[in-house]
Design a protein around this ligand. Structure first.
Ligand code: CP
Length: 312
């Protein structure tokens, strides 16, 4: 099998072979979601806790659906309904959860590095569902799966990731993930939203969106993450949309078979026009569908399904 990781924390710590194993298992998991009875007994008797300290629609729902489709017992807790509102620390909270013998804790947190710290403290597997501006490995894996499915390969493709690169854990994880799988990644956006030294990830940088998209096989648009910005990084949303947003006119410069992606949530009319987000090149909702399959694969691999059962 070749996959022995306890935790899924970031794309740096996954090898190209491990990523391929995850994507291959996710392809098989996807078939389960097309059956009339969308459930297999693979993780029966396993317990999965989702612990989200930041809002989420796609990641949280798809992890929960993934756990249920594999017959794991899953439960979800929020910061606002936990005893952390009574000043219990995160470490105490997680150690108390660990005392109830979960097999996997899935965590989203605003502070970069939180899942890594918890993974060192507890025996349960930890899956990072997004930590601050650092990493979002399951998003990157579902993006890789979707591109591989649509294009038949990843290696050699040109991937343009456009928008608020500085604050995006998706941009960081995808820069690492796509580069590791042999793609060429170009990051584009306003100079105020591209961190210095990002080329060290093996990517190239452009401040001109038209240059970035003209020879791209995949265009991935990113939301402006106002909740993480301390300063004003662009004059107005209207101006941002004009110079950095993807609209139908700008898309005429792209390749005919280009794929349009977005991790969500979308700010329609800002980074992407509605007719592009909903148009023929968009695979945004296919990303969401594949999110369930990838998260089923991750739970299967870390919760011992690979060792203890098959997927039938
Ligand atoms: N892509 C993503 O992480 O979406 P959510 O914040 O809705 O989970």
């Amino acid at each position: 099998m070749g996959f022995a990781k306890k935790d899924i924390l970031d794309m740096e710590s996954l090898s190209a072979d491990e990523i391929t194993i995850i994507l291959d298992i996710a392809d098989r998991m996807k078939e389960i979601s097309k059956r009339p009875i969308k459930k297999v007994p693979t993780l029966r008797g396993k317990t999965v806790i989702l612990f989200f300290h930041e809002p989420s629609t796609r990641t949280r729902t798809s992890f929960e659906i993934a756990a249920k489709r594999l017959s794991a017992d899953s439960l979800s807790i929020n910061f606002s309904s936990s005893s952390m509102v009574k000043q219990e620390t995160l470490i105490d909270t997680v150690q108390n959860l660990e005392a109830m013998s979960p097999d996997v804790i899935i965590i989203r947190h605003a502070a970069s590095g939180t899942p890594h710290m918890l993974a060192r403290l507890i025996k349960s597997s930890v899956i990072n569902a997004g930590d601050g501006m650092h990493a979002h490995p399951s998003q990157s894996l579902l993006d890789l799966m979707t591109v591989r499915e649509k294009k038949g390969k990843i290696s050699g493709l040109r991937i343009a990731i456009i928008g608020d690169i500085s604050h995006s854990r998706v941009a960081r994880s995808n820069s690492i993930g796509f580069t590791k799988m042999g793609a060429n990644v170009v990051l584009a956006g306003p100079p105020t939203m591209i961190p210095k030294g990002i080329e060290n990830l093996g990517v190239s940088v452009s401040y001109n969106v038209d240059d970035a998209i003209c020879d791209a096989d995949v265009i991935m648009m990113l939301r402006i993450q106002k909740e993480r910005q301390k300063d004003f990084l662009f004059p107005t949303e209207r101006e941002y949309a004009r110079y950095y947003g993807l609209n139908r006119k700008r898309l005429t410069n792209a390749k005919r078979e280009v794929l349009i992606m977005h991790p969500g949530p979308i700010n329609r009319g800002v980074e992407i026009a509605s007719d592009v987000a909903d148009g023929p090149y968009s695979i945004i909702l296919e990303q969401v569908t594949n999110g369930v399959a990838v998260r089923m694969a991750l739970l299967y691999l870390v919760a011992g399904g690979a060792r203890n059962a098959d997927t039938n």
